[in-house]
Design a binder for this molecule. Structure first.
Ligand code: HEM
Length: 449
């Protein structure tokens, strides 16, 4: 893989063409968000958009993305995408402002320490084996729904391992309503629209309350028991800041909801896209089967198998390149500044899109081609080019957790099953802030070996 861009280039800054009176670029963005955003790189390095009454800039050049993500005091969490997410995530790690971030990140980092991963992976492996044990040869399943259930079970189990039936906690439906509600609100940034008592808004509110109640009860149970269950909630309860202070119940609630929201949809989407890509690329699928047959010989994958499954890992990387679940994110400018030679006023929204970067032909040759072998090189992509997990201080805290889950599920399922979409047509993405495929069905065939 080559990344050929010019770090010392003069950056160009333009307004995207095609703005309509009053609506600006909103119709083009809403009609076909991915194509619209990916097409912006052709216009310049920093591209200005008008989305109805809102102005936003899109950083299209990797250098500008790197600055945006590493200068986190100047470019704070905020802007049209993050503000909507705050309604569901509260003031958790993913949405809190920079002034609260350092304390939170320091307190939560131990939950994702490398040493904890084998323990989580063992729980993941059990949940994956349990979910797939119910499959029968010839079953037709809705793949995104099945992957979402799987990922809910895994995330809930790793958060609340002590709960008897963590994987079946009634979080699934509420999470679904909340994640989709947040995604819809992010794409329709109309001020006040969320407060109109439509059936959709009422459902969203009920689901949010339901999640709050479930986490409140779990926190109370855990506090009463006072034991370390080696799960994420136990770490949250024992976290202390430099003054020895712990997190309040409200803060723990926001972190739990953040982990659920940030972890479930992203992993489910990655797996769903992987199945579509493998079905469309039978030669890669065959090589994957060979790798899995050699290493696993039909048994479920374990954490210690992962180093021996390099193609599985490359497939996960390449899926995240083509379909990064968090495909567009925003920051807000905290003080007048300059980006790529262009003046940005305090309060401006700047967007970055991993999807846009990953589809630039100068960064990833033949960018639309599914080619896991482009990751065979040992050279790491230049900072700001491959960003499915973001960059800098706000980089995903669950990166190793998410890639481990995706690799274990992909390996365990592909070792025993072929997943063949029932319709030959390409699967299209949801028009949403999270890049997940529309519902599609596939036939599960047990592999004869
Ligand atoms: C394939 C899976 C995943 C992808 C693609 C992904 C992607 C991302 C991205 C792009 C960001 C940075 C957002 C920004 O720049 O504004 C992020 C942050 C975050 N992610 Fe993930 N994520 C994944 C899995 C997870 C999991 C499993 C968890 C937790 C269990 C998680 C928790 C978080 C949190 C808490 C943050 C905020 C970090 C901070 O601001 O310090 N993610 N994720």
């Amino acid at each position: 893989m080559t990344t050929q861009y010019h770090p010392t280039a003069q950056y160009t800054s333009v307004t995207a063409p095609g703005a309509l009176p009053l609506l600006g670029h909103a119709p083009a963005f809403i009609r076909s968000p991915l194509d619209f955003v990916a097409g912006l790189a052709a216009h310049g390095d920093l591209v200005r958009l008008r989305l109805g009454p809102l102005d936003a800039y899109v950083a299209c050049h990797p250098d500008l993305v790197r600055r945006l993500l590493t200068e986190d005091r100047t470019y704070d969490k905020g802007g049209i995408i993050i503000e909507k997410a705050r309604e569901a995530f509260g003031n958790g790690l993913a949405t809190c402002p920079a002034r609260a971030h350092r304390r939170q990140r320091r307190m939560l980092q131990p939950a994702f320490h490398r040493d904890r991963l084998p323990g989580y992976a063992a729980m993941m492996a059990e949940e994956i084996a349990g979910a797939t044990a119910r499959w029968r040869d010839g079953d037709v399943v809705d793949v995104p729904a099945a992957m979402y259930r799987l990922s809910t079970a895994v995330t809930a189990r790793c958060l609340f391992a002590a709960h008897e039936r963590a994987g079946t906690l009634p979080v699934h439906d509420s999470m679904d309503v909340v994640t989709r509600g947040v995604a819809r609100r992010m794409m329709l940034p109309l001020p006040g629209a969320d407060r109109i008592p439509t059936p959709g808004n009422r459902r969203f509110e009920r689901a949010r309350q339901n999640l709050r109640e479930i986490t409140r009860l779990l926190i109370a149970d855990y506090r009463a028991a006072g034991t370390d269950h080696q799960d994420l909630l136990s770490v949250l309860l024992s976290a202390r800041d430099e003054h020895g202070r712990g997190l309040s119940d409200g803060e723990i609630h926001d972190q739990v909801v953040t982990f659920l929201l940030a972890g479930m949809e992203t992993s489910a989407a990655t797996l769903s896209w992987a199945w579509t890509l493998l079905a469309a690329n039978p030669a890669v699928r065959e090589r994957l089967h060979t790798e899995l047959d050699t290493v696993l010989d039909g048994r479920p994958a374990r954490h210690e198998d992962l180093p021996a499954l390099p193609l599985t890992a490359r497939i996960v990387n390449e899926t995240l390149r083509l379909y990064p679940p968090a495909w567009i994110l925003s920051r807000t400018v905290t003080a007048d500044t300059e980006l790529g030679g262009h003046r940005l006023p305090a309060g401006a929204t700047v967007l970055y899109s991993p999807y846009l970067l990953h589809r630039r032909a100068d960064l990833f040759p033949c960018p639309d081609r599914f080619d896991p072998d482009r990751w065979l090189t040992t050279a790491r992509p230049a900072p700001g080019t491959y960003t499915p997990f973001g960059l800098g201080a706000r980089r995903c805290i669950g990166e190793a957790f998410g890639t481990t889950e995706a690799a274990l599920a992909l390996a365990t399922i592909a070792a025993r099953w072929t997943v063949t979409p029932t319709r030959g047509r390409p699967i299209r993405p949801h028009r949403s802030s999270s890049l997940s495929p529309r519902s599609f069905t596939a036939t599960l065939n047990r592999r004869i070996r």
